[in-house]
Design a protein around this ligand. Structure first.
Ligand SMILES: [Zn+2]
Length: 261
């Protein structure tokens, strides 16, 4: 990787982490309006150097600088995920590190618009994952927006599959998930997850969405059993697990199985 690509990759990672930090605050159900970020324990307003994504948490060893109470690890994890997402999109869509991909020409206008739309899709996906993790409620307009962004991608020559194949992949993935939730009777899969999976098919095509769905399901099963063995939950079938963040991780994984440009 050339030096400027390495610097851009680092920049992308921190931009993603900063965006995740913002979404984290935005989706907090206990957020006080028009108040700067504060410690939930001592209510002290945070200074700018206590709000740097990832780095503040590491520097303060996961503790509040005023009262010394622990800051929940999930904030750090969310920011790390945000960074990982933007880094992965940069590596696969821009640099073509996926299977047989090619490097994007940054002076091609339609390629630039296409990759901006991919970033927009993942940013909205991240916002949805935060909302799902905190409240298990996702706004329908966000889900429709996610699918609208995914559908827009089909009109670009850079898209990995033809519009017809992408549409078929989305419908097949959504249909499969609907069938599973219908026959299995699992309450875990909500309508939101079906919307998300359809958009994944539009973006990734058949191979990518298959890789994404398998990795999301496997990681979900591992988390369920880890929680059972950890003793925090006894009945594995009643466990409530936000599926959107796992689907997001799966989509990132699927990107590396998708050939862009
Ligand atoms: Zn505090």
């Amino acid at each position: 990787m050339a030096m400027q690509h390495f610097l851009l990759a680092v920049l992308m990672f921190f931009f993603g982490a900063a965006l995740a930090s913002f979404f984290d605050v935005l989706t907090d159900p206990n957020r006080l309006r028009k108040r700067r970020s504060y410690c939930p324990h001592c209510r002290e307003t945070l200074r700018w150097y206590e709000m740097i994504p990832l780095l503040s948490y590491l520097r303060q060893a996961g503790k509040c600088r005023s009262c010394g109470k622990k800051i929940a690890f999930q904030h750090f994890f969310g920011e790390f995920m945000g960074g990982l997402i933007f880094l992965s999109v940069f590596l696969t869509v821009f640099l073509g590190l996926g299977f047989g991909g090619r490097r994007m020409d940054p002076w091609n206008m339609s390629a630039l618009v296409y990759s901006s739309l991919v970033f927009g899709y993942f940013a909205l996906f991240l916002l949805i994952s935060f909302a799902d993790t905190k409240t298990f409620l996702v706004s329908l307009s966000w889900l429709l927006g996610l699918n609208a962004l995914a559908l827009l991608l089909l009109f670009f020559p850079q898209h990995p599959s033809s519009a017809f194949v992408s549409l078929a992949a989305g419908m097949a993935a959504g249909g499969l998930l609907s069938l599973v939730s219908f026959f299995h009777g699992w309450k875990k899969l909500g309508e939101a997850d079906i919307f998300i999976v359809v958009s994944m098919g539009f973006v990734l095509g058949f191979a990518g969405v298959a890789a994404g769905l398998i990795s999301a399901s496997v990681s979900g099963i591992i988390i369920c059993f880890a929680r059972k063995w950890g003793g925090s939950v006894t009945d594995i079938y009643r466990m409530k697990l936000p599926f959107a963040p796992l689907l997001l991780l799966g989509t990132i994984f699927g990107l590396f199985f998708t050939r862009f440009f």
